[in-house]
Design a protein around this ligand. Sequence first.
Ligand SMILES: *[C@@H]1O[C@H](CO)[C@@H](O)[C@H](O)[C@H]1NC(C)=O
Ligand SMILES: *[C@@H]1O[C@H](CO)[C@@H](O)[C@H](O)[C@H]1NC(C)=O
Ligand SMILES: *[C@@H]1O[C@H](CO)[C@@H](O)[C@H](O)[C@H]1NC(C)=O
Ligand SMILES: *[C@@H]1O[C@H](CO)[C@@H](O)[C@H](O)[C@H]1NC(C)=O
Ligand SMILES: *[C@@H]1O[C@H](CO)[C@@H](O)[C@H](O)[C@H]1NC(C)=O
Ligand SMILES: *[C@@H]1O[C@H](CO)[C@@H](O)[C@H](O)[C@H]1NC(C)=O
Length: 482
Amino acid sequence: MARLIFLMMLVMCFGLSQSENKLCQRCKCTKSKVNETKIDIDCTDNSAVHEVLYQQSSWIDENNITVPYARVILKGSQLGDIVTPFLPSTLTHLDLTRNGINNIKVECFAELQSMDTLILSDNNINLLKPDVFKGKRLDGENYPLRSLKTLKLDMNDLHTLDQDVFEHVEQILEVLDLSYNPIKVFDLQTTIAIGSIIYLKELYLRFTHIKELPDHFLHTPRHLKLLDLSGNNFEKIPTGLSEAQVLETLYFNNNPIVNITRESAFPNISTLKVLYLCYNIELENIGAKALSSLENLVELHICNNIKLNHIDPAALSRVEGNSESEVWPPLKKLYLEDNKLASLDLHLVLHWDHLEELDLRYNPWTCECENQWIVDTLMPIYVKINETLAKEMKCGAPVEMEGVTFYDEYVANKSMRCLDYYGNRPERDGTVLIAVLIGLLLGIPTVLFIIFAYQRKWFGFFDSGPAAYSRQFYRRTRSDEL
Ligand SMILES: *[C@@H]1O[C@H](CO)[C@@H](O)[C@H](O)[C@H]1NC(C)=O
Ligand SMILES: *[C@@H]1O[C@H](CO)[C@@H](O)[C@H](O)[C@H]1NC(C)=O
Ligand SMILES: *[C@@H]1O[C@H](CO)[C@@H](O)[C@H](O)[C@H]1NC(C)=O
Ligand SMILES: *[C@@H]1O[C@H](CO)[C@@H](O)[C@H](O)[C@H]1NC(C)=O
Ligand SMILES: *[C@@H]1O[C@H](CO)[C@@H](O)[C@H](O)[C@H]1NC(C)=O
Ligand SMILES: *[C@@H]1O[C@H](CO)[C@@H](O)[C@H](O)[C@H]1NC(C)=O
């Protein structure tokens, strides 16, 4: 029995000593989800962490073994500038969001050689010295921070980057987020800095106030697969996009672009598969050939563009080579919800039945015969793709059809009315004729009566001159008195 108690105490002591490091006393430590043998720390909004963060006892146990941290979350922990180097750790994810960091001293992260993600979002950083990301000397290599794949610098005050800022991670970094920094224009150093990241795969430049991409900006990051240019000041599609070599996903939301025409079309990005063109509040028109050079487009999002009222039937297709045959991209997913579209052309997509996803909701579709094909041809296909969404496609015009669904029209096998050549509605002609007839029937006797009255000078209305007016006035007054 005594031995058992002793054993239990031993286990408890061991258990305690495991968790009894100063960070875990102040923050929430849990078993890591990514690796059961490791520990995640969450110190979100906990400013008490500051005093112990740089102490030995926070990072090693009493047996002088480094605590096996995985994710270390220090969000909003009021750390201020990072001037003390982090102690050696196996941590893989370090989140320093919202700490009022202005300045980071060089080599502070050098001992974090397992760190694959570093988040410095929402601080006040306006300058990054080249050796901030300096690691440890490796044979023949230049002090790399050898695991760092994702670096988030969004929501800071960076106008420019030192051209050597990524020199220690240029062979390693894959994801860079510079969103919400006032970059405005890419100067040469910034262009060189970004271009130096050899294996860069994802680049986020949302809300950076940029208007254009510098020449050859996309020439050097030869592995770039995702580019986010949303929320900027682009008034036209940047032609430099054609230099992207393996770009697959492009976000071009929320830019002040008005009209995408054949001349200002997307350039040839033959690798592009996914395109987002949403929330462009000025966008009115997508013309013929606007998207034709995106020959391998699979997923197209054109949504929430509140002024967009026209997509040309030939916006996606192109005429290939000498054969003059028309070719379409292999579209699988098409999202056109929440624009101002009134009609949709059958020709826009070659095989509507090859689509796996389709969203046409929240547009003021006209329920007239120009869209009859939607009822007859598209609805049966749409119902198979996604019945819920198919049933929500509604008419926005003419008034008497508002709110009616295309699905109802389809089920009832209805033919929608047509405007004739002059934009009149023949089916309304009957009403118009009757109105004219009534008008004539009432009008002719009235006119005859007025002429008759005029000849007899019954009212005096038709006398001319101001004298006649006053005479008539007095005459009427007098007749009232009688
Ligand atoms: C978990 O972490 C340990 C080191 O703490 C490592 O040896 C092991 O390979 C990791 N396991 C997984 C599944 O990553
Ligand atoms: C802990 O280990 C380090 C090297 O890993 C060594 O330099 C240091 O002297 C050790 N400290 C103690 C108290 O054993
Ligand atoms: C878009 O540009 C084309 C050709 O330049 C022009 O014909 C059309 O009117 C423009 N549309 C809008 C909505 O500005
Ligand atoms: C687009 O570029 C690819 C390769 O760069 C080329 O094979 C293709 O012919 C080009 N397409 C057009 C329409 O220019
Ligand atoms: C239909 O689309 C909605 C919204 O995109 C989605 O939530 C739902 O799962 C889809 N249903 C099917 C059957 O694909
Ligand atoms: C729908 O109407 C057309 C002619 O208007 C007819 O040929 C067709 O059989 C009808 N389909 C159904 C399901 O009633």
